[in-house]
Write a protein that binds this ligand. Structure first.
Ligand code: EPU
Length: 348
């Protein structure tokens, strides 16, 4: 393998025939023809305009916590490694904060809590980078990141420059955004957040109130809610550092109200939530568990025994092994309930 060689300008490190096993949290072995770590987002344009790279297929990778490599990548894998958190504007009630794409999401949540901002506490411990957060509009425990996004800075490959898109231009939806739909066009370089000082705590999600009581919290302060959510997540979700996974592997399916009502009537106990637009969101984990797949294993690929939405690598599963399990599970759910499950992570 070629040695890493720093290229001037702009602090880009390029590596040929690079191993990606350490760059995806499912720890799947895969290789990239070229891997570029870009520490200065301003040099993305120059890099992509290089004749040798111009026609290469491009894959943008953060910390690899939402991707399944079923194949090698026959082109350039680019990581925006830019760092920095900057308060742009601060009033009595809120601040606008610009965070470079390469910052770790959970570190930023901790930074926000430490600086007395409220709102991100429900999103504590989500793996990945700040740049990846708007792409799939990360969400947990009743909060989605789009509620705090003021604007997204992104390299637009069509225009060949960095542009800023306001929140309402980002087409945010459940685990979805413009950046996910047009992933070959946009490379997120930074996110501007609007962070309030005070905010009604969001504690209605199942388990948070009980957890606040268990830790003896005097009230639902942002720090106490963060602690409660961290305890819930740690208990429910397998730790990717111990057992490789990519969080929820399937999205919770959104169904028309009528169809959801019929399913709920036929299957008592099926968790079902209103999801706007005359739709309801069903629990994919419940559907999977009912089919007997919780803890299912085929070689080293399987479904977590802790949480039925999580695909896990017990050791040396390949991307193809994991994909086979995911397809088997989705087919089982479809046969039994007639519901199609969609993968949440990007499948390469
Ligand atoms: N459930 C089961 N079996 C299980 C797990 C859950 O039947 O093994 C049922 C339970 O009835 C439970 C319900 O599913 O009450 C909901 O479970 P949970 O609170 O764990 O949430 P989820 O809908 O399965 C979603 C997100 C998670 C996020 C949690 C908490 C998606 C695809 N997943 O999971 O996000 O942490 O809510 O808000 O929306 C991720 O995206 O990677 C992720 C982990």
């Amino acid at each position: 393998m070629a040695a890493a060689e720093p290229l001037a300008p702009g602090g880009i490190t390029l590596l040929a025939d690079a191993a990606l096993e350490g760059r995806n949290t499912l720890r799947v072995p895969a290789r990239a023809s070229l891997l570029a770590d870009v520490r200065d987002a301003a040099s993305i344009g120059e890099l992509l305009a290089t004749p040798a790279l111009r026609d290469q297929p491009l894959l943008v990778l953060g910390e690899g916590s939402n991707i399944l490599f079923a194949h090698d990548w026959p082109g350039l894998v680019l990581t925006v490694a830019a760092r920095g958190i900057e308060i742009l504007d601060e009033g009595d009630n809120a601040a606008r904060v610009r965070v470079a794409a390469g910052e770790n999401w959970n570190d930023f949540v901790r930074w926000a809590l430490g600086h007395g901002f409220a709102g991100l506490e429900n999103l504590v411990l989500i793996p990945g980078t700040v740049g990846a957060a708007p792409i799939q509009n990360i969400g947990a425990y009743g909060v989605e990141v789009c509620e705090f996004v003021h604007a997204v800075e992104t390299f637009d490959r069509q225009q060949g420059r960095i542009i800023e898109l306001a929140n309402d231009e980002c087409a945010f939806a459940y685990r979805d955004s413009l950046f996910k739909r047009e992933r070959d066009r946009y490379i997120v370089t930074a996110v501007e957040f609007e962070l309030p000082r005070r905010r009604e705590p969001r504690v209605a999600y199942a388990g948070i109130a009980e957890e606040l009581t268990a830790i003896g919290a005097a009230g639902p302060t942002p720090l106490a809610v963060a602690e409660a959510v961290a305890r819930l997540r740690t208990r429910k979700l397998p730790d990717p550092a111990l057992i490789p996974n990519a969080g929820s592997f399937f999205k919770n399916p959104l169904l028309a109200e009528e169809l959801a009502a019929t399913l709920a009537r036929d299957h008592p106990g099926l968790p079902c939530w209103p999801a706007g637009d005359e739709r309801r969101k069903l629990s994919a984990a419940w559907l999977i568990e009912q089919c007997g797949f919780k803890g299912y294993r085929d070689g080293d690929a399987g479904i977590s025994g802790r949480h039925a939405l999580v695909l896990v690598n017990h050791g040396h599963a390949s991307g193809a092994d994991l994909l086979r399990v995911a397809r088997h599970v989705a087919a089982g759910v479809h046969d039994r309930f007639g519901v199609k499950l969609e993968a949440e992570p990007r499948i390469v």
